[in-house]
Design a binder for this molecule. Structure first.
Ligand code: HBI
Length: 97
């Protein structure tokens, strides 16, 4: 995959301003979600996993029962990149149904 540059702090802030539910935590884009139950949470994670495989961009995440926390950063860039913004946008679209 081609080299990708990290976004500047201003670019990250401006991207986050347009992304409902995402915030900057520990230099990563974080979203904390809860679903009706584990099955709904797992179904969502499956959809994100397929997106991750298609785009070759993978989330760091944590799940307990109905809760899913997602952290996005680009390891290849050493920080947040456009790939994280694109994934967060796609996740928000998924959640919007
Ligand atoms: N996922 N979040 C994230 N960041 C990466 O840099 C990354 C990835 N998935 C696959 C990937 N890079 C590949 O380019 C290899 O570096 C594994």
């Amino acid at each position: 995959m081609a080299t990708i540059a990290p976004l500047s702090d201003d670019e990250v802030q401006s991207a986050l301003a347009g992304l409902d539910g995402w915030e900057l935590v520990d230099a990563k884009m974080r979203c904390e979600l809860s679903f009706a139950n584990f099955s709904e949470a797992w179904g969502f994670m499956n959809r994100v996993a397929l997106l991750a495989e298609t785009t070759d961009h993978h989330p760091e995440w944590f799940n307990v029962y109905n809760r899913v926390h997602i952290d996005l950063t680009t390891h290849d860039a050493g920080g947040i990149s456009q790939r994280d913004v694109d994934m967060a946008t796609a996740i928000n679209e998924m959640l919007a149904g």
